[in-house]
Ligand binder design. Structure first.
Ligand code: ADP
Ligand code: MG
Length: 679
């Protein structure tokens, strides 16, 4: 068995791990020996300090040397066995649940001096240690510092320590994969040495070269895999797309606004890719409302003009319809546009599929249905995917393969995440970022309001309706139960109807799709003015006339989520408002979230703050990307190591270095299960 196989072998291969223990560990997601290396000591137990019985501190782990005086072995099965011990200062009882007399007599022979360690209780005027973890007649063998791991129920600390110890003793030496230059930065600590130091109780909660090295390994492996996908796709030769500046000039005339600097820059970057002979694999990133759609439609039009078809996938039907209508308005009449969703009639569907297959249709806009096997494109030149957070590296790679060699790929995402996260999640793609929003866009004025002041909010909403504005009303999110969510939104809907009559609509997750769409369209067409909903409105629909969003129980939402919700308004030129309804007794963390939101509209800043508050693991996008979270690395705290890894990967790319020596690293750390697809 080689080192890699050893590390990847099932934990039940470890001496002393039986079926029961391995089940317990697997519940904690520890499946392999390698996994076990990352269950880090949370704390350590200091047993070096010997005390006398009258100095014992309750509820602490203490070590004491005593004489064994007397046994109590009750006949009743469910009563514990006890052993009375003493020193010259007092008495101490050892309590044993589930231990046989014979065993107890062996470990605590009468009239001997024994050193005992364990957590101390005080019960009925006596000190007690229940199931003492360490007992020995040799005081020195106990006087050590033990790492203590966070335990699963049913697994004792002692057993766990033993397992980890065994594993640490048997860690194989792996051939070094880091280059000397990089290794020097970590003081030449090998991977194995770093792991050992990681578990050394002395190093607990300490940073050091050992930790930096392990974090770096983790980042590097991810970046290398990303790079591998990226370069593999770059190697694909395609027919260059040929077009001039006509499209953008014509479209510019049809829109009321001026394209921003960032939009123009993104268009430029995309055009360069389209015109090159390498396949484009690009992410267009920009906060909600930054104006990604127009950029993607200009790209689509250019591709069509150079003789190719375009496929544009939106996350929802409404959004597909919105894009469809916009494309019809912007594109020349001779361009054939179709829309395909799950609602498309069967007869239409057959015609649409026929037209696509025969190059009659130039651009098809739709939902997931666009990727059915049945649909064949005659001459696909560009796939655009809008608001797709759920695509991980792996799905994206498949998508890229699907279009064929001549097909460029543009993915759009509104998840504003820090640079280090983009490198991690989208590192297989090139990126264009729209950082600044259109100039006419005002910040959404954000206020918090105690929830017992709801009458003031209703008054405010009334005024806004008189100004012909529209309002989103987001109802409490109660995580435990979708049913309760639903109930609370129904209740609020009924209440608001008393004030606003038939001007109110209700949208919740349990509604059938068609009804949902009808209500959204009613809102879009201003048949209703207030849309009460649970969080279903999060995804990218453009309602330029809505300028107020009321969010009840705002403290229950995460920062990024609140920001996404707030992004539903403030898309037109009107002054817009976000009212966060809160309770009076907020936690510190909730107060911070509300204050951050009130102080800035910058999505990138907010996501960074969000990560500081919550850790990156929960961040929108990361969880959904299909990547496993890092075990050690943190994109905010370890920014320098991310940048270092990025530099190192670029160097490796530049030298066109063979990745063979990194294989052990890649295999051990593969977080996306993608290695087999690309090596
Ligand atoms: P997102 O990036 O969230 O997809 P959209 O593309 O839906 O944003 O654009 C949001 C709104 O901003 C739309 O109503 C769009 O017409 C408008 N818009 C786009 N670009 C500009 C611009 N440069 N100036 C003003 N408004 C713009
Ligand atoms: Mg959008």
């Amino acid at each position: 068995m080689n080192s890699y196989q050893y590390l990847m072998s099932d934990i039940n291969k470890i001496n002393g791990i039986g079926i029961k223990t391995s089940k317990l560990l697997k519940k904690k997601n520890i499946n392999t020996i390698f996994d076990l290396l990352w269950s880090l000591p949370r704390n350590f137990t200091d047993r070096t300090n010997l005390v006398k019985i009258n100095e014992l501190q309750v509820n602490k782990i203490q070590t004491v040397t005593v004489n064994v005086v007397k046994y109590y072995f009750p006949r009743l099965r469910n009563l514990p066995n006890k052993v009375l011990c003493e020193d010259h200062t007092g008495k101490l009882e050892c309590i044993f649940f589930n231990s046989y007399e014979g065993y107890i007599k062996k470990i605590l022979p009468l009239n001997t001096r024994i050193t005992i360690s364990g957590k101390v209780n005080y019960y009925k005027n006596k000190y007690q240690i229940t199931n003492p973890t360490h007992l020995s007649s040799d005081t020195n063998s106990i006087k050590k510092i033990f790492p203590s791991y966070s335990l699963t129920e049913g697994l004792t600390e002692k057993k766990y320590n033993k397992i980890v110890n065994y594993v640490l003793k048997n860690i194989p030496d792996l051939e070094e994969w880091l280059d000397e230059e990089v290794l020097r930065k970590f003081n030449f600590i090998s991977w194995k040495e770093a792991i050992l130091q990681l578990h050394d109780p002395k190093n607990l909660k300490k940073n050091g070269n050992f930790l930096s090295r392990l974090i770096f390994d983790e980042i590097l492996s991810t970046f290398l895999i990303n790079s591998k996908v990226r370069t593999a796709i770059k190697k694909i030769k395609k027919n260059k797309k040929k077009f001039n500046n006509d499209v953008i000039q014509k479209i510019k005339k049809k829109i009321k606004f001026k394209l921003t600097f960032d939009q123009l820059k993104a268009i430029d970057e995309i055009n360069k890719d389209l015109k090159s002979d390498k396949k484009m694999f690009r992410l267009l990133q920009g906060d909600v409302g930054s104006g990604k759609t127009i950029v993607s439609l200009i790209a689509a039009n250019n591709v069509i003009n150079s003789g190719f078809q375009v496929c544009f996938m939106a996350p929802t039907e409404i959004l597909a319809n919105q894009h469809f209508n916009l494309a019809r308005r912007l594109f020349n009449k001779n361009i054939k546009i179709d829309i395909l969703t799950s609602k498309t009639e069967k007869s239409d569907r057959n015609r649409i599929i026929y037209d696509l297959n025969n190059n009659i249709t130039n651009i098809i806009i739709g939902t997931h249905s666009l990727f059915q096997e049945k649909i064949k494109y005659k001459n696909l030149g560009l796939i655009i995917i809008d608001e797709q957070h759920k695509f991980g590296v792996r799905q994206r790679k498949r998508l890229s393969d699907k279009g064929g060699n001549n097909c460029d790929i543009l993915v759009m995402s509104a998840t504003p995440i820090p640079r280090t996260m983009i490198m991690t999640i989208f590192g297989d793609m090139d990126t264009s970022i729209i950082r600044n929003k259109p100039k006419n866009r005002q910040d959404v004025k954000t206020y918090s309001k105690l929830d017992n002041k709801i009458n003031e909010v209703i008054k405010f909403v009334k005024k806004q309706l008189l100004l012909k504005n529209q309002v989103f009303w987001v109802c409490p999110l109660i995580e435990e139960s979708k049913k309760i969510d639903h109930k609370s939104s129904v209740k609020r809907y009924e209440e608001l109807k008393r004030f606003f009559n038939n001007k109110v609509g209700l949208l919740h997750g349990a509604l059938p799709k068609d009804e949902k769409n009808k209500i959204l369209l009613d809102f879009l067409n201003k048949k209703i003015d207030i849309l009460v909903s649970t969080t279903v409105i999060e995804v990218g629909i453009d309602f330029p006339n809505a300028n107020v969003i009321v969010i009840e129980n705002a403290n229950k939402f995460g920062l990024s989520q609140l920001h996404q919700l707030r992004g539903r308004v403030g898309r037109g030129e009107k002054e817009s408002f976000c009212i966060l309804m809160i309770k009076s007794n907020l936690s510190e963390n909730a107060k911070k979230r509300i204050n951050i939101l009130k102080s800035t509209n910058d999505g990138f800043k907010i996501s960074e703050e969000d990560m500081k508050l919550r850790g990156y693991g929960d961040l929108l996008g990361f969880k959904q990307s299909g990547l496993q979270s890092f075990r050690l690395a943190d994109p905010i705290i370890n920014e320098d190591l991310f940048l270092l890894a990025d530099k190192e990967v670029k160097r490796i790319e530049l030298k066109n270095q063979n990745l063979k020596k990194y294989l052990p690293l890649l295999k051990l750390y593969d977080r996306a299960d993608i290695l087999n697809d690309i090596v």
